[in-house]
Design a protein around this ligand. Structure first.
Ligand SMILES: Nc1ncnc2c1ncn2[C@@H]1O[C@H](COP(=O)(O)OP(=O)(O)OP(=O)(O)O)[C@@H](O)[C@H]1O
Ligand SMILES: [Mg+2]
Length: 445
């Protein structure tokens, strides 16, 4: 996509010359003859850069700059003037102008400056994307029939911009599927932003998603850009969408329909071009029945539903996944692992309630704790051993394996006692809720 530039200049000859020159550089160029029109255009379209005269009737260049920085902070603004002085330049740069140029100027110099700003803009967008997805781009392993169907479906949806709802039990690989959709789509080199709706306190979620204006609420000391704006032209993953509060669901529905957002505390709307992916381990249909999830939003989200099957329904993948993870963990430590026969059997017999995450975590633990590269049955955690192991309790078990077994058992008991209430269970165990949450993920409880 070529960059879009708005030229604001009241002098006709100057404007026409600049617009014509920029057109020839293959940029998409719009023009306005005054600040009022320019502002109206900024509200309607998304500009990468604005080149504006300073002295104009009505709204002058500096006022336009302040408004633009409020409306679309990532738009770069270059101000130009025939009456320049150092103070003027400093004041404009302080207000957020990216550059300040004196008339008359050389047109090639102008396009060089514009190109440099656009390059920086693109690098910034890529950095945001990288920060957000570091480590998320991993291969999807598995060639069982259900996985092949899933991979086919993924390659079909990458061709579209439709909203996708990814459902599946915890640990099945929903995030991996979402990342694959983005990175195989035409938006691959644009931002990929992920937000976990369950991990952010209800009161802050709206501002995380849509941003807020300075002073919108106590503590909002400066204007902040939300994830939707960061994801502009790219993809956003609304992870754990089932945990989104009802009030916000209405707002999300509007964003999906109108393609525009409103920062918390703002009067104005901002256009965004974002592909939305959602994922949840909850049964959303059931949530709809219970009145916890809006029916209209549910139907709007699941334009294309994808269900990631649990590992117990694709046992054929266990061997391939095991090899993949052991290779990875082994190469980190310079070791090549192999598995004894009964270990392979125990792994394929186990139902993996925590799915691929559980298998991965088990193998990570084993790769650290096993005394030799050949992994034995007794190196596995108790829940895998118990179905297979002979009752010879004198068999040597690494202390850390025994501790992990005991820890897991304690957590199971606490959760049972508190009927699954994590806050109470953490209190019982004498650990923080966060610590409990991490351990539950680790042991796939
Ligand atoms: N097919 C797969 N190939 C390789 N790794 C996988 C696969 N499926 C899952 N994983 C790994 O398992 C872990 C869990 O996957 P992921 O986070 O995508 O699950 P999830 O479905 O989003 O779970 P939750 O609902 O708990 O968030 C990750 O470390 C991921 O890399
Ligand atoms: Mg997830």
């Amino acid at each position: 996509m070529s960059s879009r530039i708005l030229v604001v200049e009241d002098e006709d000859i100057m404007r026409i010359t600049v617009v014509d020159h920029l057109h020839r550089q293959n940029w998409q160029v719009d023009e306005a003859t005054n600040g009022v029109d320019a502002l109206a255009m900024v509200r309607k379209n998304r500009y990468d850069l604005i080149l504006s005269d300073i002295r104009m009737p009505g709204i002058d260049g500096e006022t336009l700059l302040s408004e633009v920085k409020q409306l679309t902070p990532r738009t770069e603004v270059i101000l130009m003037t025939a009456h320049g002085n150092t103070e003027g330049a400093v004041s404009c740069l302080k207000k957020g102008a990216a550059d300040y140029i004196l008339k008359p100027f050389d047109l090639d110099d102008l396009s060089f400056r514009i190109q440099r700003l656009l390059d920086i803009q693109e690098i910034k967008a890529r950095c945001v994307s990288l920060e957000n997805c570091c480590g998320q781009r991993q291969p999807i392993i598995g060639s069982s029939a259900p996985m092949q169907r899933l991979l086919n479906l993924i390659s079909q949806v990458t061709q579209t911009d439709s909203t996708v709802l990814i459902q599946g039990e915890s640990g099945t690989g929903k995030e991996l599927v979402a990342a694959a959709i983005h990175y195989e789509s035409r938006r691959a080199d644009k931002p990929y932003i992920r937000i976990n709706c369950a991990a952010i306190p209800t009161g802050l979620l709206e501002s995380e998603l849509f941003g807020h204006e300075k002073g919108a609420f106590t503590g909002a000391e400066k204007t902040s850009i939300g994830k939707f704006e960061l994801a502009d032209q790219g993809t956003i993953l609304l992870d754990e969408i089932g945990d989104m509060p009802l009030g916000l669901q209405v707002k999300l529905l509007r964003v999906l329909q109108e393609h525009e957002i409103e920062r918390v505390g703002a009067q104005k709307t901002i256009k965004v071009d974002v592909r939305v992916l959602c994922s949840t381990a909850k049964n959303l249909e059931e949530e709809v029945r219970q009145g916890k999830f809006r029916e209209d939003l549910y139907y709007r989200l699941q334009v294309i539903p994808i269900v990631v099957p649990p590992l117990r329904d694709r046992k054929a993948d266990i061997t391939e996944l095991t090899e993949h993870f052991l290779n990875n963990f082994g190469s980190e430590r310079g070791l090549t692992f192999s598995l004894s026969e009964d270990t392979v059997q125990a792994l394929s017999d186990y139902p993996f309630p925590g799915n691929v995450r559980e298998l991965k975590n088990i193998l990570e633990r084993v790769s650290v704790l096993a005394p030799a590269p050949q992994i034995q049955l007794w190196d596995l955690p108790i829940e895998l051993r118990s179905q297979k192991e002979d009752t010879d309790s004198s068999k040597a078990v690494k202390l850390a394996v025994a501790v992990a077994d005991a820890e897991q058992q304690c957590i199971r008991n606490a959760l049972k006692t508190t009927a699954g209430n994590k806050t109470e269970a953490a209190e019982l165990l004498g650990i923080s809720r966060k610590n409990l949450w991490e351990k539950m993920k680790l042991y796939a409880l």
